[in-house]
Ligand binder design. Structure first.
Ligand code: CMP
Length: 139
């Protein structure tokens, strides 16, 4: 295992339901450290750029509209095995299929409004962190 950084997004549905503290608390309780964080609102164009890998998927337009519908909380989480650990804490993409006790099971509304996003591997973690944070904003 190694110390890694990963990008986390608390999505508009969770921010609007006042769940930032609840969700960050779960990451911290699992041993991850918040190394950077900010609240911001994506423009539709920035949402399209962030999710460009999904641009051929049928849900792309709806996903980008949703992700730009209100503020999101973006953070860099750091810790041992942070990328996989974050994915375990989040649970499966679809809250209906997520394991009990995971963020998406407890806080997600549906497969699109699923409360959180997390990087899926070391390469995406690097590019997703750089999408939102300058090096001097990460501690
Ligand atoms: P996320 O982990 O941010 O990665 C891509 C996002 O697309 C995903 O979470 C969901 O918000 C959304 N998504 C994935 N699959 C579907 C789907 N079948 N229908 C609608 N939205 C989806």
């Amino acid at each position: 295992m190694s110390v890694e950084k990963t990008l986390s997004i608390i999505k508009p549905d969770a921010v609007s339901r006042n769940l930032i503290g609840e969700i960050l608390g779960r990451f911290e309780a699992a041993g991850l450290r918040v190394a950077a964080g900010k609240l911001l609102r994506l423009t539709p164009e920035r949402a399209q750029a962030f999710y460009a890998v999904h641009k051929e998927r049928p849900f792309f337009a709806s996903l980008c509209a949703y992700m730009s519908s209100g503020p999101i909380f973006v953070s860099v989480l750091q810790g041992e095995n942070a990328i996989m650990k974050n994915r375990e804490i989040m649970g499966a993409t679809d809250p209906a299929k997520a394991a009990p006790g995971t963020i998406r099971k407890d806080c997600g509304k549906d497969v699109e409004q699923n409360a959180v996003h997390g990087s899926d591997g070391p390469e995406t973690a690097g590019s997703e962190i750089a999408f939102f944070f300058r090096p001097d904003e990460i501690f």
